[in-house]
Write a protein that binds this ligand. Structure first.
Ligand code: FAD
Ligand code: DLZ
Length: 516
């Protein structure tokens, strides 16, 4: 074949400087973008996630055309659409008489396996290039991990600070410390009123997508009524600038706070745009650093924010590729309970869960502490099956791709990886939720009561979790204190906790999930 080189660009690769285009010339290249049913339904994604990706893909195709690229765009409703990346790439090779395929590696294992197959199944040479939008190349991460007994994020983060030069003063961290987390523990204060996010009006392209999604994916979870995610680079940059100006200064202080009805607080709400390539993570961190250097945001906020991106985000991605494919089946705490129906409906008297499910349904978003310490903590304490929990997280959030969702679920919340990622399970009783939120004051359960039907279920579940995992977890240095407390309790008290938790867990089996 003598035609151009075909460059498939996937729905989370919407960056003009994607590696697959870096050495290409427009006159010798056809960019292929594909809306395919396999991607829209391999899990039943939240409607807003599908709408975001398809609208952003259509806008990106226009951006590329305006920059002079020839783009072949296959829409979901095209009659000849085969429904898969592989089928569409094969068809496009024939259509354009392409002489080769050049593609950036995908974010997910599932797609990487399919792509590896292209090398044997397609009639042309296939080049798969690293995704250079991540700051830490995978071989560097594997080298960092090799031979270490403990793969702790904090050590990785320090290397990333040195590598990027972010918040560095020569070879020393600015402010004399690497981590200002201790200053970032503000609870919900009365009258806390964060500035809202910029509202983006749907243009014709987005309106067309929203209409198609609302009919074609009507049975998928979630609402489109509040859809307002940035779908173009210009909108994403506007959202970024609004965050840096309005919310970054208090990002650190209220990072862990949860307030009913305040769905974004001082969080960036930029992960959907970052993950599909509308914002560059390193550029974002440099801009955040400038806010501190020019005196507009305090160091503890800026350091906390930069740590999430060059630390957690990069580390999570490295851990995904290090631990796959086994991570998808990991179940180190032998947890098998089905996901309760209220993860879909929010129909539960536990106000914290109802509120986190509500924002998830309305926005395809919950902030980190809601994901970790409410929805995740409950899944851990109740012993929900990791595969069901992982599928739920992959479905419901606009920013969810397996490379970032799975290590957070299997490693950070469920400890299914037996502590490869986190040094202890993030288990907490109702007291934590009460301290960090206004939820408990609005709940029918009593957070101060420890056992019985009126008590906050998190209280007894916390001890039930520790008791049933004693053999696995009692040796953890960071759990020594709770286990010592458990052992000091009277037999009767322990029995009350166990009986109370079991009565609650029994009530869950009346309502297994029917949605996903
Ligand atoms: P902010 O709180 O403002 O943080 C800034 C940025 O830091 C985020 O945009 C994100 O890019 C990055 N970040 C922060 N924490 C993490 C982390 N633990 N892992 C990776 N990046 C991080 N994030 C996703 O992007 N996709 C997911 O599917 C996803 N699933 C998660 C599942 C669980 C169980 C948990 C505990 C966390 C998950 N996260 C996920 C991480 C984090 O919760 C989201 O990145 C964050 O809530 C996105 O909102 P934000 O942009 O307002 O983030
Ligand atoms: C998530 C998603 C959806 C819903 N639809 C598409 C699509 O139609 N076409 C596409 O190129 N990408 C889509 N995506 C994103 C892909 O699932 C993502 O690129 C892969 O999972 C690799 O990370």
């Amino acid at each position: 074949m003598t035609g151009p080189v075909l460059v498939p660009i996937l729905g989370d690769q919407l960056s003009p400087d994607i590696s697959s285009l870096a050495d290409r010339r427009p006159e010798d290249t056809v960019v292929l973008m594909m809306e395919v049913v396999e991607e829209t339904t391999y899990v039943r994604h939240h409607k807003a996630k599908i709408a975001l990706i398809l609208s952003a893909m259509r806008h990106f195709a226009e951006e590329l055309r305006e920059a002079g690229w020839m783009v072949d765009y296959v829409r979901l409703d095209a009659p000849e659409n085969t429904g898969s990346f592989t089928g569409e790439v094969a068809r496009a090779i024939t259509r354009h008489n392409a002489r080769g395929v050049q593609v950036t590696e995908p974010g997910e294992w599932r797609v990487r396996q399919a792509m590896a197959q292209w090398r044997t199944d397609l009639p042309v040479r296939v080049r798969i290039l690293p995704d250079t939008r991540f700051i830490c190349p995978l071989p560097d991460f594997f080298e960092w991990a090799a031979g270490r007994r403990e793969l702790r994020m904090e050590w990785f983060y320090r290397e990333m600070r040195r590598k990027t030069g972010l918040l560095m003063d020569g070879d020393k961290p600015v402010g004399g410390r690497w981590n200002f987390d201790a200053e970032n523990r503000g609870g919900p204060e009365a009258g806390l009123a964060p500035p809202g996010l910029p509202a983006f009006r749907a243009d014709d392209t987005t309106r067309e997508v929203l209409e198609m999604v609302s009919t074609r994916f009507a049975r998928h979870f979630g609402s489109l009524d509040k859809f307002a995610w940035p779908v173009t680079r210009a909108e994403a940059e506007q959202a970024r600038d609004a965050f840096l100006k309005d919310r970054l200064p208090l990002f650190g202080k209220y990072q862990d706070a949860m307030v009913s009805g305040q769905d974004f607080l001082f969080h960036a709400a930029l992960s959907p745009a970052i993950n599909i390539g509308l914002l560059d993570p390193q550029d974002l961190c440099q801009r955040a650093e400038t806010e501190w250097r020019e005196g507009r945001a305090p160091l503890e906020a800026v350091e906390g924010f930069i740590r999430q991106i060059i630390g957690w985000r990069e580390y999570i991605r490295g851990m995904y590729w290090l631990e796959m494919p086994g991570l998808a089946d990991a179940n180190g705490l032998d947890a098998h309970r089905p996901l309760p129906e209220f993860y879909w409906t929010g129909d539960t008297p536990m106000h914290c869960i109802a509120e986190c499910v509500r924002t998830t349904r309305d926005n395809a978003y919950a902030h980190h502490i809601q994901r970790l310490m409410v929805l995740g903590n409950f899944a851990l304490l109740a012993g929900l099956a990791p595969r069901e929990v992982a599928e739920w997280y992959l479905i419901v959030f606009a920013d969810a791709y397996e490379w970032v969702e799975l290590p957070n679920v299997a490693g950070m919340i469920l400890h299914a990886d037996k502590g490869r990622l986190a040094s202890k399970p993030y288990a907490a009783s109702g007291a934590y939720i009460d301290r960090m939120s206004d939820y408990c004051g609005k709940c029918t359960f009593n957070v101060k009561q420890k056992t019985g039907p009126a008590a906050c279920p998190f209280n007894a579940l916390y001890w039930h979790f520790l008791a049933r995992n004693e053999k696995r977890l009692a040796g953890y240095h960071r759990l020594a204190q709770p286990y010592a407390t458990w052992r000091r309790m009277s037999e009767d008290r322990r029995h009350e906790y166990i009986a109370s938790a079991e009565a609650f867990l029994d009530s869950l089996s009346d309502q297994p999930s029917t949605w996903g």
